[in-house]
Design a protein around this ligand. Structure first.
Ligand SMILES: Cc1cc2nc3c(=O)[nH]c(=O)nc-3n(C[C@H](O)[C@H](O)[C@H](O)COP(=O)(O)OP(=O)(O)OC[C@H]3O[C@@H](n4cnc5c(N)ncnc54)[C@H](O)[C@@H]3O)c2cc1C
Length: 351
């Protein structure tokens, strides 16, 4: 059986919900399909001690302020999951779970969305499937010979399972710094390795400043200016309280990237070696876009060319979240509202 809807939103994490909020306001006929059993998107799967890099009030989706989490200026992931679950109920968003979309195809003037729960015929699609589901591992020699444990950010939960072990954390972004701090503060023997020198934001600057930078960039782009730096130009690592504590205790000293893995550890270019029981790759993510492959929209570096959120190759397809290429800060809680509003407006115009 084929269902019909004017708009199918693929993914019911924060980006899909923000899209739902604006589609609802425009009184469009839509459904949100999500592969997970429960609300919350990727926030359900992060490590136990993760903290947002902005206070609650600066981590809100359109329409509803995130309430503060008692006792924490920077909320944890469980608080975000509760907020998102409440959000979809409050706005009565039409979520269907669990529904995994396998493919989106063109079908005359419409799009055919194929899933493990049947097909939908839609006039437009918003893809909001995030990046958590496609962890990226760099091609480092020796990865296959290392006999210890290797895992990516997505597999890390807590330091307890590494007690008494020597652990190498690779990655100088927020995930790498937070996981390194988590391990070091728990007394795990840590080597933290980053590709370029770790850059900490000043202690009094948090994700709010990153968002301000994204807003400034957005304004500059709107005025036709290019080369305005962007979010990363401020430095990378927000000194959330555990990161600050570990750094102040002298536990967060980054070393340069090693050249290769050996059977029992790693080796730098000058021949120095370190033994390791585990290597945790905090090396980022790629957009989860395989369901759009039949549309043939993929350009260079695995991305789909977009104008705003709209795919250049198909005006019925919008992308939301993922990264700055679908709108400055669109892969953040507070930043996804604006591109979601623009996507809904464009789709309303098209229909
Ligand atoms: C470690 C980490 C810390 C972060 N910290 C912050 C922070 O402090 N503040 C902030 O604003 N942002 C932060 N972010 C960035 C961003 O807010 C999160 O990554 C957020 O989860 C992105 O939301 P999303 O809706 O785009 O994707 P997701 O949360 O991944 O949601 C996508 C949804 O799509 C579903 N899906 C995927 N594929 C399919 C398919 N084929 N069919 C159907 N459903 C599918 C998934 O099941 C999921 O529910 C952080 C990111 C990471 C990785």
């Amino acid at each position: 059986m084929t269902h019909t809807a004017d708009v199918v939103v693929i993914g019911g994490g924060q980006a899909g919900l923000a899209a739902g909020y604006h589609l609802r306001r425009r009184k469009l006929d839509f459904v949100i399909l999500d592969a997970l059993d429960d609300p919350g998107g990727a926030w359900q799967h992060t490590w136990d001690s993760l903290r947002l890099f902005s206070p609650a009030a600066f981590s809100s989706l359109p329409g509803r302020l995130m309430p503060a989490q008692s006792g924490h200026e920077y909320p944890d992931a469980g608080h975000v999951v509760d907020y998102l679950a409440d959000y979809e109920q409050r706005y009565d968003l039409p979520l269907r779970r669990p529904v995994r979309v396998d493919a989106v195809k063109t079908e005359g003037e419409r799009l055919r969305v194929e899933s493990d729960a049947g097909a939908w015929s839609a006039r437009a699609v918003i893809s909001a499937t995030g990046t958590w589901w496609r962890p990226f591992l760099p091609a480092i020699p020796g990865r296959e010979v290392f006999t210890g444990r290797q895992l990516h950010t997505v597999g890390y939960r807590s330091p307890a399972e590494f007690a008494g072990q020597r652990v190498i954390v690779v990655g100088g972004g927020n995930s790498g710094a937070q996981i390194a701090a988590d391990l070091a503060l728990a007394g795990v023997e840590l080597t933290w390795v980053t590709q370029r020198p770790a850059r900490f934001l000043a202690d009094d600057i948090d994700g709010r400043a990153l968002f301000d930078a994204a807003t400034a960039r957005r304004r500059a782009l709107d005025q036709g200016k290019t080369g305005t730096g962007g979010v990363a130009s401020l430095g990378d690592i927000v000194a959330v309280p555990p990161v600050r504590a570990a750094r102040e205790a002298g536990l967060l000293k980054a070393q340069s990237m090693f050249r290769r893995l050996t059977t029992d550890g790693v080796e730098w270019a000058d021949g120095t070696r370190a033994l390791a029981d585990a290597v945790i790759w905090c090396t980022g993510f790629r957009p989860a876009l395989s369901h759009l492959a039949p549309l043939g929209l993929r350009g260079t570096r695995g991305r789909i060319a977009t104008e705003g959120t709209r795919a250049v190759g198909n005006p019925r397809v919008h992308l939301l979240g993922y990264g700055d290429w679908t709108g400055p800060a669109s892969a953040t809680l507070i930043g996804v509202g604006r591109p979601a509003r623009e996507a809904a407006a464009e789709i309303a115009g098209l229909l």
